[in-house]
Design a protein around this ligand. Sequence first.
Ligand code: SAM
Length: 278
Amino acid sequence: MGTIDGLPPLRDVIRDHDLVARKALGQNFLLDLNLTAKIARAAGDLSAHDVLEVGPGPGGLTRGLLAEGARRVLAVEKDARCLPALTEIAAAYPGRLAVINGDALAVDVTAHLTPPIRIVANLPYNVGTELLIRWLTPAVWPPFWQSLTLMFQREVAERIVAKPRTDHYGRLALLAQWRAEARIVMTLPPEAFTPAPKVHSAVVHLTALPAPRYPADGAILQRITAMAFNQRRKMLRSSLKGMGADIEARLVAAGIPPTARAEEIGLEAFCALARSYD
Ligand code: SAM
């Protein structure tokens, strides 16, 4: 049976290039090109966008992005073994795929991309959260990207979209939802990957807001939420003692009961508290 793009099936690519998955690199590959095309579609219209893909591996998602019409894809892959397979894809889509062999945490990708930019990736689990936090905390807002469509372990995805008074609510939810719209668009069972990981996965789609949802200084907001959620079961008047002796009065002024716990407080109230330190 033919593939969506006339290139060999991914199982053959992996066999021919001897791409045995390496756990240390978080390698769990997607081999179903219909599924990777579906993930690419979840990113929205790609025809007018440059796309950054982190960790293309043998290229399943890369092929999905190109088949779905991405204007250009820049793929950053740490594992040099994958380069020949990616070169074959680049040849099938002339001028539309550039590959950098390197660590996505170390490469300055912005020099290679033209806005508007979408980021789409089946992230290696070991660096996924670190990359997300970087993309959410640039020096200036709006950021270089317009949207992020990212595969995470389902538990991490739930932490990104969580609302107050739920188990997964915490710093990551506040950070993501302060300046982006975040939703889970797909969940995948372990069997969708080769090799199958132990946990379920989910794709989160985040759209950058033009400005933060509520005004606040990012560094102060992060300091407050770190302190509050480090002792999430404690009352805020005690977990936030480090913010100063007058914390109780500041909480009251921000409309937060000093006896409340971090997990009960929404983004708007945390931003009001952060503004009291401006
Ligand atoms: N995109 C492919 C797919 O969906 O089948 C592979 C996804 S696999 C979960 C993660 C990929 O990220 C692997 O190819 C791995 O080699 C690569 N990777 C791991 N750490 C990386 C890093 N720091 N920078 C760039 N790529 C990395």
